[in-house]
Design a protein around this ligand. Structure first.
Ligand code: FPP
Length: 242
């Protein structure tokens, strides 16, 4: 039998983050333009979102566009945002059917008004969904997130609302882009690279890392289940003696 296997032997993490890498390599190997890899990557996004929601993942964060990605050729950036806009409209039914609540993590300043409008509309439409939270990291950088948090904290100190000694881990967490989401238990990266690439630097402190060799467009339910099985074999000590 093909298709997703039941989840009886899977340990499902509460929170999952994914660095979707290898779209360009997938396209190159197939003899296509890079953008075809991103297009095919949308199918992998849909499969991962619906399968994570079905299995009961509470929060999924997808690294869709980093702050560093602004340095890519303008044509690729435009096409990526075309795809994102299409996704934000075309996937609304899928998000609603799967009770998924959409969120955004990242800087809004460089996003075009039409992208922001569609993002905000889909966020508002899905805000009442009580299933999985899906946070799209767009124009996102982990260091930039910490800079933005520090600036807001510094402003509160300057205004006399907070004393420096009262700044704790809880304060910093409260100033992250999505403070309500649990830290990732599992960080998945595709295409074989073993790097964090400025993703969720604060939040991945104790994440288990799973590197999949397949390029993102080929990442499906089978690879997601393999990641969850790998996660299920880890002994998580959080720095303590078990
Ligand atoms: C990395 O592949 C992938 C990206 C920079 C973009 C990811 C975007 C998508 C999967 C499509 C849009 C997403 C959503 C949520 C609508 P790469 O181009 O760096 O690949 P390479 O390292 O092989 O060149």
């Amino acid at each position: 039998m093909t298709g997703p296997r039941p989840n009886d032997d899977l340990v499902v993490p509460r929170s999952v983050a994914v660095i979707m890498d290898g779209n360009g390599r997938w396209a190159k190997r197939a003899g296509f333009e890079r953008i075809r890899g991103h297009e095919k990557g949308i199918d992998a996004v849909r499969t991962t979102v619906t399968e994570c929601a079905r299995l009961g993942v509470e929060a999924l964060v997808l690294y869709a566009f980093s702050e560093e990605n602004w340095q890519r050729p303008q044509r690729e950036i435009s096409l990526l945002f075309q795809l994102l806009k299409r996704f934000l409209v075309a996937e609304r039914d899928t998000l609603m059917q799967n009770r998924v609540r959409l969120l955004h993590a990242g800087r809004r300043a460089r996003l075009q008004p039409d992208v922001l409008a569609l993002l905000d509309e889909t966020i508002a439409l899905t805000a009442g969904n009580r299933g999985m939270a899906l946070s799209l990291a767009i124009s996102y950088g982990g260091r930039q997130e910490l800079v933005d948090a520090m600036q807001r904290i510094a402003a509160e100190v300057e205004a006399g609302r907070l004393s420096p000694a009262a700044v704790t881990e809880t304060t910093i967490r409260a100033h992250l882009y999505q403070p309500g989401l649990p830290d990732p238990d599992l960080l998945i990266r595709t295409a074989g690279e073993q790097r964090i690439s400025n993703f969720l630097l604060w939040q991945v402190s104790y994440a288990e890392i799973h590197v999949s060799d397949v390029c993102w467009p080929d990442f499906g339910a089978e690879q997601l289940h393999a990641a969850f099985r790998d996660y299920g074999r880890r002994v998580r000590k959080f720095g303590k003696v078990p």
